[in-house]
Design a protein around this ligand. Structure first.
Ligand code: FE2
Length: 386
């Protein structure tokens, strides 16, 4: 466990002066998925995305009702959990939602205080603070409900030296595919229902002390057929960013509606994973079978110099290399960013991944929204859900 995160790793420190500090967050601790077959899911994240075997709990460690595999790449920790019998409540989550994100665990100094401060401000309690101990010390965790069936856990691990959490052992595997250069979670996006975006924006402001630092309305995010609205929420030090999407009226069904239909409610839409070298990362991911959205049209790449404007001389990458891998580019006042989106990683068209490289830009690729959503619509049409 890395005890110290340097702000330089995130490029941001206390940038949002308006955000409040009753809930200081040190960063994302881990993201836990409830899945039908954790063993196979872990294999997929190792093989396809280059995650490393990290920690495990299951029958061999005395966990009789559920099994969890933890995979890690640089600062990113994913926990893949499956039930071991029909009585586990995890089954209900999987029956309803399919494989998906259950817990977004946030790393805090004081999990008891995090619980008190958020529940006092209206959060619905999920888990009172509990102390878990083993020979390596103690971890305190607490949790609150957010949108849909998704949970925010608060994890306090300052008195713990073990590999992950009490109950877990180190997972040693003979199969260790190389990492692909993924470094940390840049942001995690939630899809909420019709007309619920502002309710959740206010919830993140009031309950978590977050600040809304970017907004996109349906005038900005639309294609000929569909539209959505999005607001980006950030905590005070900018380490935790949660954009929130809601569907908007269009001629046809938007990707957000399709998600809500198949996930059967609000939930996590995508995780954006950051890399320092997107060209190398995407070459690796493609060669390992990760599927990406279809490429933007030729005109998208022809227009890049115009779209980058004054930043075009900063572009270190060759446009032809970006086009070969279907990587998209966008710029804002502070720099540019490179990004690409996978297809959904399970059979329901729900959760997907974004791979992002920030070259100064703090935005979310608004200039790419149209090309991106047109690519998603081509996929939706193939699924018969547009
Ligand atoms: Fe994103």
């Amino acid at each position: 466990m890395e005890k110290e995160l340097k702000s330089v790793d995130y490029g941001l420190e206390k940038i949002f002066e308006g955000a409040q500090d009753f809930l200081p967050l040190l960063g994302t601790d881990y993201v836990e998925f409830y899945v039908g077959n954790a063993k196979q899911a872990a294999h997929y994240y190792k093989t396809a995305f280059g995650f490393q075997s990290f920690a495990y709990k299951g029958l061999e460690t005395g966990s009789r009702d559920e099994v969890s595999y933890v995979v890690k790449q640089d600062k990113i920790k994913l926990v893949l959990t499956s039930p071991l019998n029909s009585k586990s409540p995890i089954n209900d989550h999987i029956v309803k939602h399919g494989d998906g994100v259950k817990m977004i665990a946030l790393w805090v100094e004081d999990a008891k205080r995090a619980f008190e401060e958020t529940t006092k401000r209206g959060a619905r309690a999920y888990m009172e603070p509990i102390v878990e101990k083993d020979e390596f010390g103690e971890v305190i965790r607490s949790g609150i409900h957010t949108y849909g069936d998704t949970i925010h856990l608060f994890v306090e691990r300052k008195n713990y030296n073990g590999i992950f959490l009490p109950g877990f052992v180190s997972w040693e595997s003979g199969y260790n595919p190389e990492p692909t250069g993924l470094k940390y979670i840049d942001h995690m996006v939630g899809n909420v229902g019709w007309g619920e975006m502002n309710t959740w924006v206010k919830w993140y402001e009031d309950v978590m002390g977050f600040e809304n630092f970017l907004s996109f309305d349906d005038k900005q995010i639309h294609t000929e057929y569909s539209a959505l609205m999005s607001k980006v929420m950030s905590n005070g030090n900018g380490r935790v960013k949660f954009p929130i999407n809601e569907p908007a009226e269009g001629k046809k069904k938007s990707q957000i509606e399709e998600y809500l239909d198949f996930y059967e409610g609000p939930g996590v839409q995508h995780l954006a994973l950051a890399t320092d070298d997107i060209i190398e990362t995407i070459k690796q991911l493609r060669s390992r079978g990760v599927e990406f959205l279809p490429p933007p049209p030729q005109s998208y790449y022809d227009d890049i110099p115009k779209r980058l404007g004054e930043h075009k001389h900063l572009l270190k990458e060759e446009i032809k290399d970006l086009q070969e891998l279907s990587i998209m580019v966008d710029a804002d006042e502070e720099g540019y960013l490179l990004q690409i989106f996978t297809k959904p990683v399970e059979d329901r068209p729900t959760l997907f991944y974004e791979i992002i490289q920030r070259m100064g830009a703090r935005g979310f690729g608004a200039g790419n929204f149209k090309a991106l959503f047109e690519a998603i619509e081509r996929e939706q049409a193939n699924r018969g859900t547009l």
